[in-house]
Design a protein around this ligand. Structure first.
Ligand SMILES: Cc1ncc(COP(=O)(O)O)c(C=O)c1O
Length: 369
């Protein structure tokens, strides 16, 4: 059984994907060009953002956003304590300090009240200036932007949506990657929209930031990449990946629907055994993960073993909260209470989730939990 079945996906769409890759090979342009421009246009359109700027991966997408805002030394950037390392990793990269915020016990996403408390503490302490919030659409469900945005606004902060796992999610009809002042995503293969290598994108309605990010991602280019007007980096999505992504975008909604059916089928089978995912009213997950929670760590480890013995993959996202990672040990400013994140790290488990899971496989997995 596959955790994310990229092989079946490829075999179902082999002809179209192969054709797109072959065309790119035949054209002989491997960086930039028509396929990249067309993908950016299609993605901006899908998400409902004015600009889409593709880049090399989801981590760079976050970094480029902070660079465009000029976030740096003396700035506090608020990130959820329960996320993938990249969300917080990019903060010290630009010289700022991450402040870890506890999560909501039901959605795993940044808890708005905890954000407010953390911002107030930083303001009282006075050493750092609250500059930005990075909210993560964890496991596919958008963060609570209608509560987070007013807090960011009131305290003069910019809002960055880390939609690396969120692509395909919605609040009402508004799609993920359109909730931040800048939003980002990742096209890592196992992500909801994944390519066959690394890839990422930045979305914004702001012309000035879009222009800056287009420059930063190509060595701080001015009129061209030999006219370097600022210190940038090399972060481009290559043309073959763009061609693959354009093909995959065509059947993305169909797969999303199938993932929703799988999620419902899981929940029907599991709701009396474990804590199943909570999707808030009006919210729609992109189902990057289907993550359940056990009542304690021992029960989780026993379930992992039973699944493993039956040849079923499962993943623990994440074993450690950000505040406990060695990488940040020397730079923590404000250690708020992140007890809910700690608890999630002890008890959560992500199960196989993809559009091609069969009923019989769901029965097998459920029977072992
Ligand atoms: C929440 C989150 N942010 C950022 C990233 C970084 O994306 P990438 O691996 O493309 O750099 C990931 C990837 O796992 C992620 O899950």
């Amino acid at each position: 059984m596959e955790f994310r079945d990229l092989k079946t996906q490829y075999m179902r769409h082999k002809e179209a994907i192969d054709r797109a890759v072959e065309q790119t090979l035949a054209n002989g342009q491997f960086i930039g060009g028509g396929p990249v421009a067309r993908l950016e246009e299609a993605l901006a359109d899908y998400v409902g953002a004015k600009h889409c700027i593709s880049c090399a991966n989801g981590t760079d997408a976050l970094l480029l956003s902070l660079m465009a805002w000029g976030v740096g030394e003396g700035d506090a950037v608020f990130v959820p304590d329960f996320t993938f390392f990249s969300t917080a990793e990019v903060v010290p990269w630009v010289g700022a300090e991450p402040v870890f915020v506890d999560i909501d016990a039901d959605t795993f996403n940044m808890a708005p009240q905890a954000l407010l408390a953390a911002v107030k503490r930083v303001e009282e302490e006075g050493r750092l200036k609250p500059r930005a919030v990075i909210a993560v659409d964890l496991f596919g469900q958008p963060a609570e932007y209608e509560k987070i945005r007013p807090i960011a606004k009131k305290h003069g902060m910019l809002l960055l949506e880390d939609g690396a796992q969120g692509f395909g999610g919605r609040i009402g009809e508004k799609r993920a990657c359109s909730f931040g002042d800048i939003s980002t995503t990742s096209f890592f293969p196992a992500k909801p929209l994944g390519c066959y290598g690394d890839g990422g994108a930045v979305f914004t309605d702001n012309d000035e930031w879009a222009e800056l990010i287009r420059s930063y991602k190509v060595h701080g280019k001015g009129v061209d990449k030999y006219d370097n007007i600022r210190i940038g980096m090399n972060s481009r999505l290559d043309t073959i990946q763009a061609a693959v992504l354009s093909e995959k975008l065509r059947f993305f909604d169909e797969e999303l629907e199938a993932c929703n059916r799988v999620a419902d089928a899981y929940t029907g089978r599991l709701r009396d055994k474990v804590k199943t995912p909570t999707v808030l009213p009006g919210y729609h997950s992109g189902w990057a993960q289907y993550t359940v929670r056990f009542s304690d760590g021992k029960q989780r480890e026993e379930a992992v073993q039973r699944l493993k013995d039956a040849g079923i993959p499962s993943m623990i996202y994440y074993r450690k909260p950000m505040h406990a990672l060695k990488a940040f040990a020397h730079m923590q400013t404000y250690r708020g209470d992140c007890g809910t994140a700690d608890e999630a790290c002890r008890t959560c488990l992500s199960l196989p989730m993809h559009a091609y899971l069969q009923e019989s496989e769901l029965d097998k997995i459920s029977g072992l939990l």
